[in-house]
Design a protein around this ligand. Structure first.
Ligand code: ZN
Length: 183
């Protein structure tokens, strides 16, 4: 396993559409393991392959353990993910991005999504994600299409930058949790 370098906004690779994964197996598993290690080292909630310069359709995600949330505390690896169903109602939440450190914004997204994907060995998986996990999944899938969370923001008051001093209390998460965020 190795920690990979995370690309920052401005790098053209973050704006490209990633290609479907065709080769499954140990090499893909090794890439996913690197992505998980990189995400955890950066205290992120998710990381998409294009963020480390790999233009393939996969992402990883992990919510910190919370007794009330059975989907928390585990590592997700989704290859060639697709949203097959989404809640008709959207909810607003605060997001950050490992590729845009210190920037946060309020983004409206469906409250839940059903995602069809594959694991690193090509086995089909299907996950219904609610709340923060749904938000992270949608944020990461945007990265696979060259979309950043700021692209969803229409009003200037919905985007802000936190100074590093304030940030040190908290990590700069990918798709920041809704708690303890400034209004
Ligand atoms: Zn991001």
């Amino acid at each position: 396993m190795a920690i990979r370098q995370i690309l920052y906004a401005g790098d053209p690779r973050l704006r490209q559409k990633a290609k479907p994964v065709k080769q499954f197996g140990p090499a893909l598993k090794a890439l996913a393991d690197d992505m998980l290690e990189t995400m955890h080292a950066a205290n992120g909630l998710g990381l998409a392959a294009p963020q480390i310069g790999v233009l393939q359709r996969l992402f990883v995600a992990h919510l910190p353990k919370d007794e009330k949330d059975p989907q928390s505390g585990k590592d997700f690896v989704l290859v060639n993910p697709q949203i097959v169903q989404a809640s008709p109602e959207s909810v607003e939440g605060v997001e950050g991005c490992l590729s845009m450190p210190s920037w946060y914004g309020r983004v409206a997204r469906p409250e839940w999504v059903v995602v069809k994907a594959m694991n690193v060995y090509g086995k089909p998986i299907r996950i219904k994600a609610h709340g923060m996990l749904a938000r992270v999944f949608q944020h990461e899938m945007d990265h696979l299409n060259g979309v950043l969370f700021v692209d969803h923001i229409r009003r200037p008051e919905d985007l802000w930058q936190e100074l590093p001093e304030e940030e040190s209390k908290e990590s700069a998460p990918e798709a920041a949790t809704a708690v303890a965020q400034p209004a």
